[in-house]
Ligand binder design. Structure first.
Ligand SMILES: Cc1cc2nc3c(=O)[nH]c(=O)nc-3n(C[C@H](O)[C@H](O)[C@H](O)COP(=O)(O)OP(=O)(O)OC[C@H]3O[C@@H](n4cnc5c(N)ncnc54)[C@H](O)[C@@H]3O)c2cc1C
Length: 425
């Protein structure tokens, strides 16, 4: 929700001055605030529109979080609690129930919360607003508009936070991690999951989730299949499914009617960048997030980005690690420690769908790149190659790789030319 330019009448509202302001109190925002504090920033404030810290983690009651950060498997709420307790203990200030309406020039923020409407000028801003789910309207499934259709994340909130029984027989469209986790969760709630359908010829979520959430419970996964029609008047009564061809178009004669009263959609996540767009921050069409350098600074001076608002993460720990980097960089910025200098571009080609950061300061060494492949592969040779010299700055051979898993590659030498990250079998 971008509220547009700040009207002249607001000149009368006094402007509060703050140090590092983090927008969003999910794992990325909490880690960013901690990263900024630990790097010496005196005044660090999290602005969170919800009443509790933790973001999406609060509805993820299953375990499997924290394997890298805490070296143990904990639930989403436990993970959120640990980070939040650290943030509070280390003196991070909080504005809860407060929505950032707009990010204007020179990091002027418009806020609305319990104290009313405020203007805040930040010395540095960290964007950590997370993502939202794609809906039925975005993928255009024809048919009626009955009750019983939810995005997988909203169904997760209804079941886990409000203890509601959302139906009896379900079909799940999309095999992203949230859809897989909800297939298992609905089974625990005695809701029969008749099928999980995936448009692509491979699963959208992590392999461990396919195994632990579907195979272990005998839930069928149909690849290259989609929902082509929704039926029902008041309540969903059935979905019509069909196989799709190589162009992802339904194949005539493969239709099947599946009676059900519940359809969950797990068809993709979109970084929540309305504030960034309003601020004129350059966004990447490949990730839907900001274009950043190795300090995670966006095209807007003093504005950093991390977590799902930067690119979609499969594992919360990666969002947190990115938050620590963004927070530390924001502290460096406000304390005048940021190293200036020209940057080189980092681009993706071959089977690499995208790579982050998009730019690295000339002479910087040891930069960790995050990337995803476009399609599953075996024996994929990934190389970070100097565009001018052909020199190899980093290399990995991946025995097996899928698009759902984010990968990392470290640039082993200081860079002084554009880098192309390629992936070939
Ligand atoms: C349903 C689901 C299940 C998942 N399951 C797992 C799992 O099992 N294991 C795992 O490791 N990872 C899992 N993940 C991934 C992991 O949880 C996410 O990658 C991680 O939580 C992203 O953190 P974030 O801080 O970027 O975003 P979020 O957690 O979404 O936090 C963003 C915060 O920003 C706030 N906000 C947004 N806009 C504004 C604004 N304008 N003003 C103020 N506040 C704002 C939001 O209220 C929210 O609290 C799951 C993700 C989802 C969506």
């Amino acid at each position: 929700m971008t509220a547009g330019p700040i009207p002249a009448a607001e000149g009368a509202v006094s402007i509060e001055r703050r140090g590092v302001v983090v927008i969003g109190g999910g794992p990325a925002g909490l880690a960013a605030a901690l990263g900024a504090k630990r790097a010496g920033a005196g005044d660090v404030l999290i602005v969170e529109r919800d009443r509790s810290l933790g973001g999406i983690l609060n509805q993820c009651v299953h375990d499997g979080f924290g394997l890298f950060l805490y070296k143990e498997s904990i639930s989403g709420p436990e993970y959120a609690e640990r980070l939040a307790e650290d943030a509070i203990r280390e003196g991070v200030a909080l504005n809860m129930g407060t929505m950032v309406l707009d990010l204007g020039p020179d990091r002027l923020l418009r806020l609305n919360g319990p104290g009313g409407y405020r203007l805040v000028r930040a010395d540095a801003v960290v964007l950590a607003m997370g993502c939202r789910e794609r809906t039925r309207e975005m993928i255009g499934i024809p048919g009626t508009r009955p009750a019983g259709i939810w995005t997988a994340g909203s169904a997760q909130a209804l079941v886990n936070l409000q203890n509601l029984r959302i139906g009896r027989e379900a079909v799940i469209l999309g095999s992203g991690d949230i859809g897989l986790i909800m297939a298992r969760r609905l089974t625990f709630e005695n809701i029969r999951v008749k099928a999980v359908l995936e448009l692509l010829p491979w699963p959208g979520g992590l392999e461990r989730n396919v195994r632990q959430c579907l195979k272990d419970f005998g839930i069928p996964l149909s690849l290259s299949r989609t929902v082509i029609e929704i039926r029902g008047r008041e309540r969903l009564s059935a979905v019509v499914t069909a196989r799709v061809d190589a162009d992802l178009k339904p194949v005539a004669g493969t239709e099947e009617t599946v009676p059900c009263d519940t359809l969950l959609l797990s068809v993709g996540l979109i970084p929540e960048n309305e504030l960034s767009r309003g601020a004129g921050i350059a966004l990447s069409p490949a990730t839907g997030g900001a274009i950043v350098d190795e300090t995670l600074m966006t095209s807007s001076e003093g504005v950093f980005s991390c977590g799902n608002v930067l690119h979609i993460h499969d594992v919360a720990d990666w969002a947190s690690f990115e938050g620590f980097v963004a927070g530390r960089s924001a502290a460096d910025y406000v304390l005048g420690r940021r190293e200036a200098g020209a940057t080189v571009r980092v681009t993706a080609s071959g089977n690499i769908r995208y790579v982050l950061p998009h730019a690295v300061r000339r002479g910087a060494g040891g930069t960790e790149l995050s990337y995803r492949v476009a399609r599953p592969a075996r024996g994929l040779k990934v190389e970070a190659r100097g565009a001018a010299s052909g020199r190899i700055y980093g290399r990995r051979i991946l025995a097996r790789v899928v698009p759902s898993e984010m990968q990392k590659l470290v640039l082993r030498a200081p860079v002084d030319e554009d880098i192309e990250v390629t992936g070939h079998e």
